[in-house]
Design a protein around this ligand. Structure first.
Ligand code: ATP
Ligand code: MG
Length: 192
C-alpha cells in the first residue's frame, strides 16, 4: 500500500458521523435558540462541522416561492430534508429548526435521511408559554387577524407521538437543554 492510499484509508476511517437533529415545535418554543447553542458547542468542543437549517432562513432562499398552506409547508419540509440528507451523509451535523407541524413531513424526512442518521427532537412548550414569549410578535398579529396561518392559532400542530428526545423548555433552561440533548446524542453514539 502506498503512503497516499494509506492516508486516504485512515482519513476515511476517521470521518465523523454526520446526522440530522430535527427540531420540531411551536413558534417560540426555542428551536432556534437551542440550535445556535448546539452549533457553538459542537464546533468548539468536538471540532465538528455544523449547519443550521432554520425554517425562516431557508424560506428566504430555497423556498421563496412557498406559502403557509399544508401543501407548501410539506414541500418546504421536503426541501429542508433533502439539504439535511446531503449534508449529513458527508459528516456534517445538520440542525433543522423547523416548526414542521405535520407528522407526515417528519416521517418522510426520517425516511429520506435514514433512521440511523435522524434524531427527532420535540422542543416542547405550551401554546400559552409560546404566546407569552412571542419573540417575533407573530402571536399578537395572529390574534388581531393580521396573520391567518399561524400554527397553534389557526393552523394545526400535530404533536410528535414517538420523538427520540423531548425537551420541555418551560422546565429546563437553554443550558440544561443543551446538556440533555448532548447526553442523548452520546447515548446514541452520534457524538463525539
Ligand atoms: N428554556 C428555554 N429554552 C429556549 N428558549 C427559551 C427558554 N426560555 C425562554 N426562551 C425564550 O423563548 C424564545 C424562543 O424563541 P426561538 O426563536 O428560539 O423559537 P423558535 O422555536 O425558533 O420559533 P420559530 O418557529 O418562530 O422560529 C426566545 O426568546 C428565548 O430566549
Ligand atoms: Mg426559529
Amino acid at each position: 500500500m502506498t503512503l497516499s492510499s494509506r492516508v486516504t484509508t485512515e482519513s476515511r476511517n476517521l470521518k465523523p458521523r454526520g446526522f440530522t437533529i430535527w427540531m420540531t415545535g411551536l413558534s417560540g418554543s426555542g428551536k432556534s435558540t437551542l440550535a445556535n447553542l448546539l452549533k457553538e458547542k459542537y464546533e468548539k468542543e468536538f471540532g465538528r462541522f455544523v449547519e443550521i437549517l432554520d425554517g425562516d432562513e431557508v424560506r428566504k432562499g430555497l423556498s421563496k416561492d412557498l406559502g403557509l398552506s399544508k401543501e407548501d409547508r410539506e414541500e418546504h419540509a421536503r426541501r429542508v430534508s433533502y439539504l439535511a440528507k446531503v449534508l449529513s451523509r458527508n459528516g456534517v451535523i445538520s440542525i433543522v429548526a423547523l416548526i414542521s407541524p405535520y407528522k407526515s413531513s417528519r416521517e418522510r424526512a426520517k425516511e429520506l435521511i435514514g433512521a440511523d442518521k435522524f434524531v427527532e427532537v420535540y422542543v416542547k412548550a405550551s401554546l400559552n408559554a409560546c404566546e407569552r414569549r412571542d419573540p417575533k410578535g407573530l402571536y399578537a398579529k395572529a390574534r388581531k387577524g393580521e396573520i391567518t396561518n399561524m400554527t397553534g392559532i389557526q393552523d394545526p400542530y400535530e404533536e410528535p407521538t414517538a420523538p427520540d428526545i423531548v425537551i420541555d423548555t418551560e422546565k429546563y433552561t437553554p443550558t440544561e437543554s443543551v446538556s440533555l440533548l448532548t447526553e442523548g446524542f452520546e447515548a446514541k453514539r452520534l457524538l463525539p
